[in-house]
Design a protein around this ligand. Structure first.
Ligand code: GDP
Length: 298
């Protein structure tokens, strides 16, 4: 997943291993190699800067204590800083105290929202939650049918637009879906929304209206990990335009260079909640910063 980034970092660690003494110049060299590897992986510059600064300061400290295994200590410092930029502790999902919990999905077209809706429904159903999927993406042809397909696979009911519940109006579909979820005692309602190919104001306005109609407990911004440098721009546009409480990284199975994962938390301040790693309903997991950091450094 992080092939090249992992390789480059472990390459630069190699030199440190077995060193009895660690000099500041060793730290400088390692940090500058890691810096280059992060930039090559499309990590946002402010994040790279903060990361390398923190590693340097702590690793200089390690040169002064001259502990038994300085190389190992630098590896640990890098690991801990990776965990930090990935968000530290994993955060639990926000659920309603009473009545249905509402999760809203937002993101660009093709990011993986509809697929995620199914995965999330399955994940929640395994925890004995009754889930209603709401089809508020009326923009993309087939989005409703696609949601019905993933809903069926996940064993979740789909609330699709039909006469009387808001045909042609995604805000009404969401609102009537919420009524339905309340009346029928659903535990969680997941609202799929429309995405455009690029960020646009009409899309943001529609997402805001849906948000205001259903008051989500979580707004999950779905980010295609393959989009590299654009990730930061897209994420900040959605943060400013709609706001979100968490991020889901999709397509982490692809040959993503890792930049999106490593930048998005630092740039937006929102935690990464899940990682999506394929098209199947089970290619999906909670996101744990320490596990991800270990994978990168493996
Ligand atoms: P939406 O427009 O945001 O609803 O995106 P979709 O859910 O329709 O996903 C767009 C495409 O990406 C589809 O072909 C999905 O099968 C695919 N996809 C979604 N998530 C993943 C993932 O984690 N890995 C891979 N490889 N493909 C994914």
């Amino acid at each position: 997943m992080y092939g090249s980034l992992s390789d480059k970092i472990s390459e630069s660690f190699k030199r440190l291993r077995g060193k009895g003494l660690l000099r500041e110049s060793d730290v400088d060299l390692t940090v500058s190699e890691i810096r280059r590897a992060l930039i090559d992986a499309d990590v946002a510059l402010p994040v790279v800067r903060e990361f390398t600064q923190a590693v340097k300061t702590k690793a200089y400290g390690a040169t002064r204590t001259q502990s038994l295994n300085p190389g190992q200590q630098v590896v640990k410092i890098v690991h801990d800083e990776l965990v930090e930029i990935l968000g530290g502790e994993a955060r639990d999902l926000h659920f309603a105290q009473r009545g249905p919990t509402v999760f809203m999905l937002a993101g660009l077209q093709g990011a993986g929202k509809t697929t995620l809706a199914g995965k999330l429904a399955k994940y929640l159903a395994e925890d004995n939650k009754r889930v209603l999927l709401v089809a508020s993406d009326l923009q993309r042809p087939n989005a409703v049918t696609q949601l019905q397909v993933v809903g069926e696979r996940a064993g979740a009911t789909v609330w699709a637009p039909e006469p009387g519940n808001g045909v042609g109006d995604p805000v009404n579909v969401a609102r009537s879906g919420l009524d339905h979820a309340i009346r029928n005692g659903y535990d969680v309602m997941i609202v799929d929304t429309a995405g455009r190919l690029g960020v646009d104001e009409e899309l943001m306005e529609q997402a805001r209206q849906i948000r205001d109609a259903v008051n989500p407990h979580e707004i999950m911004f779905v980010l295609d990990a393959m989009i590299g440098q654009d990730a930061v721009h897209t994420a900040t546009a959605f943060r400013d335009g709609v706001g979100f409480t968490g991020v889901v990284l999709s397509k982490l199975d692809g040959d993503a260079r890792g930049g999106a994962a490593l930048s998005v938390r630092g740039v937006t301040g929102a935690p990464i909640l899940f990682a999506s790693t394929g098209e199947g309903m089970d290619d999906f997991e909670r996101f744990y910063p320490d596990r991800m950091a270990s994978r990168i450094l493996d």
